[in-house]
Design a binder for this molecule. Structure first.
Ligand code: 5GP
Length: 189
């Protein structure tokens, strides 16, 4: 049987290690594609337009929302983020696994929008560990880290709304658990 196409949301608080888990999951699944989000956040020095994000201004983002071009979207720490609908839906129809790196509000919208979705919540071993990771990675100043921690607290409270909760303490085990959940969801008819 050919496995079915699936939207896989791996969500969780900023600093939980989503990027690394996404990379490992994608590497393990040859028929997976990464959804490139649209955002109003300014690009970081190491980020490229069209690769890490499509960087747009607020009026353009709002036009995309009005035109129904986004599968889901959310405001996060003062910036807007959204998933372009067409590429994601086309890849799922083509039997691919589309991996979305999005925050929790958006994840829950994906569930409403699509029946072909698996929602995985990536949880930190503890809140203190999450704070340590965010403060030491140095991509945000103190104020931005505080804002992300505040969001993280709210996100953690919603973990039970997901299909699976995976704790990212041991990377190999965490990736294996996510891959198991994907395999199970793809074989359900
Ligand atoms: P960052 O600014 O660190 O790249 O991302 C901030 C947060 O926005 C992360 O939790 C990330 O997963 C989330 N995010 C990125 N793209 C999207 C998107 O398209 N939709 C939603 N809802 N969240 C997103």
């Amino acid at each position: 049987m050919t496995p079915r196409g699936l939207l896989v949301v791996i969500a969780g608080p900023s600093g939980v290690g989503k990027g690394t888990v996404h990379g490992r999951v994608r590497a393990a699944l040859p028929d997976s594609v990464l959804s490139v989000s649209v955002t109003t956040r300014p690009a970081r020095p190491n980020e490229a337009d069209g690769v890490d994000y499509h960087f747009v201004d607020r009026p353009r983002f709002e036009q995309m929302v009005a035109d129904g071009e986004l599968l889901e979207w959310a405001e996060y720490a003062g910036n807007l983020y959204g998933t372009p609908r067409r590429p994601a839906e086309a890849a799922v129809a083509d039997g691919k696994v589309v991996v979305l790196d999005i925050e929790v509000q958006g994840a829950l919208q994906v569930r409403e929008q699509s029946t072909d979705a698996l929602l995985v919540f990536l949880a930190p071993p503890s809140f203190a560990e999450l704070e340590r990771r965010l403060r030491t990675r140095g991509t945000e100043d103190d104020e931005a880290v505080d804002a992300r921690l505040e969001v993280a607290r709210r996100e953690l409270a919603q973990r039970d709304l997901f299909d699976a909760v995976v704790v990212n303490d041991d990377l190999d085990r965490c990736v294996a658990e996510v891959l198991d959940a994907i395999a199970a969801a793809r074989t359900v008819t």
